[in-house]
Design a protein around this ligand. Structure first.
Ligand SMILES: *[C@@H]1O[C@H](CO)[C@@H](O)[C@H](O)[C@H]1NC(C)=O
Ligand SMILES: *[C@@H]1O[C@H](CO)[C@@H](O)[C@H](O)[C@H]1NC(C)=O
Ligand SMILES: *[C@@H]1O[C@H](CO)[C@@H](O)[C@H](O)[C@H]1NC(C)=O
Length: 347
């Protein structure tokens, strides 16, 4: 009896040690976030073990776990018709919202899911639910792209997939088939999908007309990433920018992708940015990508683009997809509502 008590106490302490991470007081639903983080960390560690044992690549294992827990088949409701199909060889899940009697042609969003170019799927319930809600609330057609991921393919294949699927969708006969208004189409995504959406938006304007910059020109790119001038004081607070003062020029020669605007849309030329349409950018205070989003908004604004920067003080990376139980966060629901509201008013 006594030893089982000791064992139980030790197990509880161990579990608490594993789950607990110190979080800023301002983050939404901190305990739930710790549990979510611990679950993800656990899945990562299992995947690393599988990789170590030589059974599979750790990203394939991790994505297998993510997708098998959350996969949802294409299920149509009375309101939203959901179909899995392919656009020019790229898998897509299409959500067709209910028609509005007064508008025969629908609005449309091309949606690109997040996951660091390596994880998640248009078919997991988080993205399925988000796109279903968008289709229903906006009476719109949502095309969620199932682009190929690392390690199956590497940059720039992901961008090629989203470009190919989008180009196909934009063909007049395809738009007509889905009853989409060609003048009311938006390109959108979260996390890595936001990166791809920005790159896709820029690509649509410049049609692959640029090449990687060489090392000397990298210095010129710095000015486009100026943390001090692009971030308002309300965001810089007392933080110090993380800027590498010394570097190795070889890395840019070995990985020219680093200075390719398709992998880092933030470094695009002003001339490219000024061609972009009205833009909505959602940022979260507790997110490593916070500054990139804000700086991109500032650069677009300086280029004369109409930008809405929607910042959530209690938000964390990826929170917009966490809206339903047990991973329902108050900030998840608020960010999603705010995003859909902007689309409703602007698309
Ligand atoms: C691409 O660049 C070429 C050469 O500068 C130019 O003639 C062409 O118009 C450009 N195309 C687009 C779509 O910008
Ligand atoms: C960034 O902007 C600040 C303020 O405008 C300026 O003092 C600084 O020299 C800039 N840094 C770079 C690397 O351009
Ligand atoms: C999450 O959902 C549960 C069950 O519907 C509800 O009781 C709880 O208040 C929700 N939490 C948040 C933060 O929305």
């Amino acid at each position: 009896m006594r030893s089982s008590c000791v064992l139980l106490t030790a197990l509880v302490a161990l579990a608490a040690y594993y789950v607990y991470i110190p979080l800023p007081g301002s983050v939404s639903d901190p305990w739930k976030l710790m549990l979510l983080d611990a679950t993800f960390r656990g899945a990562q560690q299992v995947s690393n073990l599988i990789h170590y044992l030589g059974l599979s690549h750790h990203l394939l294992a991790l994505n297998f776990i993510i997708v098998s827990f959350g996969k949802k088949s294409a299920w149509s409701s009375a309101q939203v018709k959901v179909t899995d199909t392919d656009f020019d060889g790229v898998e897509v899940r299409v959500f067709e919202g209910p028609p509005k009697p007064e508008e025969p042609l629908k609005r449309s969003v091309v949606y690109i899911h997040g996951g660091g170019w390596a994880l998640a799927s248009a078919k997991i319930r988080y993205y399925d639910e988000l796109c279903t809600a968008m289709a229903e609330e906006l009476n719109a057609v949502i095309v969620s792209i199932e682009y190929r991921l690392v390690p199956k393919v590497y940059f720039p294949e992901q961008i090629h997939d989203v470009v190919r699927a989008t180009k196909y969708f934009l063909k007049p006969e395809v738009l007509q088939k889905y009853m989409v208004d060609p003048g009311r189409i938006c390109i959108s995504g979260d996390s890595a999908g936001g990166n791809l959406a920005a790159a896709l938006g820029q690509q649509a304007m410049i049609v692959n007309n640029h090449t990687s910059l060489d090392v000397e020109e990298a210095a010129a790119v710095r000015a486009r990433l100026n943390w001090t001038s692009l971030l308002p004081a309300s965001f810089t607070k007392n933080y110090k920018p993380v800027v590498q003062t010394t570097g190795n020029a070889r890395i840019v020669q070995e990985l020219p992708q680093l200075l390719d605007a398709r992998s880092a849309p933030l470094i695009a030329d002003q001339a490219v940015l000024q061609l972009l349409p009205k833009t909505y950018i959602l940022t979260c205070e507790h997110d490593v990508l916070r500054d990139d989003g804000i700086m991109y908004a500032k650069r677009l604004e300086s280029a004369g683009v109409e930008v809405t920067l929607d910042h959530f003080e209690d938000g964390f990376h990826g929170c917009m997809i966490f809206t339903s139980w047990p991973t329902n966060f108050s900030v998840g629901i608020r960010t999603r509502n705010s995003y859909i509201k902007w689309l409703d008013q602007n698309l």
